[in-house]
Design a protein around this ligand. Sequence first.
Ligand code: ADP
Ligand code: MG
Length: 426
Amino acid sequence: MICVRAEHLAKSYRIYPKPSARLQELLTFNRISRHHDFWALDDVSFEAEEGQTVGIIGVNGSGKSTLLQLIAGILQPSRGSVTARGRISALLELGSGFNLEFTGRENVFINGALLGLRPGEIEARMSAIEQFAEIGEFFDQAVKTYSSGMFVRLAFAVAINVDPDILIVDEALAVGDAIFQHRCMRKILELRKNGKTIFLVSHDNSAVKKLCDEVLLLDAGKLLGKGNADSMVQKYLELTYAREKRYSNGGSSETAASGPERRNFFDSSQEHLIMGIPNVDHRFGDGRAEVLGIEVFGEEGIPKRSFAPQERIRVKISTRFRESLVQPIVGFILRDRLGIDLMATNTEYEEAPLGSVETGEIRTVEFSLQLPFLRQGNYSLCPAVADGTASHHVMCDWIDNAVVFSVESGELIHGLMRLKIETRVF
Ligand SMILES: Nc1ncnc2c1ncn2[C@@H]1O[C@H](COP(=O)(O)OP(=O)(O)O)[C@@H](O)[C@H]1O
Ligand SMILES: [Mg+2]
């Protein structure tokens, strides 16, 4: 059943060149127009099924919060429409919806009433909310004395304990300490399991991939795409990489990654050279360097695609540079079958710099590692070559799920992996 439907949804704000311009419009009863309309959201259409968790991603200012506020009914659309069925509980900007002069407890009453709960129902939930927020005696003090962390705790406690049909969360998880984040995540997972519809804005791509059934990608107020979390996060990363590149080039146009040239580079002195990429799900980068091949080997150096837990593996990646680069980095990400990034490393992390490279040069890197005690299943490797540092680089070539291997084990493992643990009972 469709739970939320947006049709050609759009929101504009009036932008005035200076504060006095607004007054000028007022004084002339709008005969003189001094503003222009800024479309924070433009022509966005989508449907969300009941029970779906929908992620909304995009760079800052792309319209994510505006969209959430429209769904929550806090903003009115300038054009188009959005309809939602059921009780909506929204966790928007810090403390929105709280009255600063009232205590936490009083605010819970006010918020509950606004959400359509009867006093008895609010009373019944009060202790759960108080426990979840865990702000001690501040619960009975005026909200204006709260730190921003306490605000979020209270807001979250209210939002998820009022039995919403639709929960809307705007990046709130990023605030608050780690324990509270885990508590929130558990609660979100629980609501999700109970078939509630959730809208989530987050910059945490792993959380988006883990939680969301569908993701909307916004850019400059437009819906750039909608689809599964993997592909949308990928598209988003591409977008940000493209921006970074434009930025680092001082605005010059991009060179799209052209198809790999498969000639003239084979050199018999390249005894370590790996040629061939078993699988290319998706590939992007500016093409100044390319991954020529990736392969997984066992400890003995024989190519292998099936491993026991904790076995040592070697990952070899060959790259070719189409241009000279000062600071190339080669690395990979290990993913599980759900697309969750388990670990990543590169030549910079491992303190094995390639040094600068010349045009046409081919370099092969071998990473040797012991697998953790992973649960049985398939895992994939995504190799990449970039230019810069781990924190600030331009992607030259990135390949998703280039090679897949399996971990075979008869042992039942709960969660992602098993850790070596010493247990004592007293
Ligand atoms: N009240 C407002 N008046 C004018 N512009 C606004 C207002 N609220 C948001 N905007 C603008 O709308 C755009 C989208 O904002 P927002 O929805 O908050 O983006 P996001 O949450 O993706 O960062 C931004 O450029 C922002 O500056
Ligand atoms: Mg926002």
